[in-house]
Design a protein around this ligand. Structure first.
Ligand SMILES: Nc1ccn([C@@H]2O[C@H](COP(=O)(O)OP(=O)(O)OP(=O)(O)O)[C@@H](O)[C@H]2O)c(=O)n1
Ligand SMILES: C[C@](O)(CO)[C@H](O)COP(=O)(O)O
Length: 228
């Protein structure tokens, strides 16, 4: 057992993708998106406790189509039933770690271009700061728009587009989940902010974008192809 837990929320509907299967089961270079996400962690270290949060009616699909792709024993990948929101899914995953786990790294199943270097960077930072998120500088000018008219232009220097992985001391993120974020769809770092603790931002990776809409599929495939 490990003191590091990995939690991969993958129980979403993928409504913006508009396909009739969970977007994380769509294939890139012949393999499901979720395969690459999990593989990044297996490549990073072999002593992790890994909780994968899925819709309960997708467990069988996972066991039949994804488990055989990994060389590790299927028991190493714990399947946990998700909830109606990302927050509920993460919460279900958090509650299912063993007592050995002190730190948890949470990473969207829908971000398959994760590099092991970025996981290591987050892990080193969480040992020091207890709560960490990845973020990248925004490249576009960002405006607040109301009724189709520009209201305000934000200072780009202080903006970051937030990604996962996000890493936390397990007891801290569990408390933050319990006490904050009612009725809001937020990332886990926002819950820690609302709880009153600081979140350290490490530089993320522009290639670690979330697969959200159909136009994300082609660039993702190109990035993965370059790595093979
Ligand atoms: N009830 C939910 C909702 C989301 N997620 C996961 O959270 C991650 C980020 O969410 P997002 O990209 O918003 O995924 P979906 O909710 O599936 O997308 P959409 O909003 O388009 O339906 C995904 O890996 C998704 O599977 C989850 O585990 N449980
Ligand atoms: C957690 C997250 O990936 C940070 O960018 C993102 O918030 C999850 O996506 P959602 O659309 O907010 O569910």
């Amino acid at each position: 057992m490990s003191e590091i837990g990995v939690l991969i929320p993958a129980a979403g509907r993928g409504s913006r993708m508009g396909k009739n299967i969970n977007k994380q089961f769509l294939k890139l270079l012949g393999k499901p998106i979720l395969y690459y996400t999990i593989k990044s962690f297996l490549d990073w270290r072999d002593d992790l406790e890994i909780n994968i949060v899925l819709a309960s009616n997708e467990f069988d699909y996972f066991k039949k189509n994804l488990s055989p792709l990994f060389s590790c024993s299927p028991q190493k990948l714990n399947l946990i039933a998700g909830g109606n929101s990302r927050k509920q899914s993460v919460n279900n995953g958090l509650k299912n770690f063993s007592e050995e786990v002190n730190y948890v790294i949470i990473h969207d199943g829908a971000r398959p271009m994760l590099r092991t270097e970025l996981i290591e960077k987050c892990y080193q930072a969480v040992l020091k700061y207890n709560a960490v998120s990845c973020g990248v500088r925004v490249k576009d000018t960002i405006k607040i728009v109301e009724d189709s008219f520009s209201k305000e232009t934000l200072d780009r220097n202080s903006l970051r587009a937030i990604q996962t992985p996000q890493a936390f001391k397990l007891d801290l993120i569990m408390k933050a989940h319990k006490k904050t974020g009612k009725n809001k769809a937020l990332d886990d770092a926002s819950l820690v902010e609302e709880f009153g603790e600081k979140v350290y931002i490490v530089n993320g990776d522009y290639n670690n974008f979330k697969i959200t809409t159909p136009e994300d599929l082609k660039p993702a495939e190109m990035i993965l192809k370059e790595r093979t």
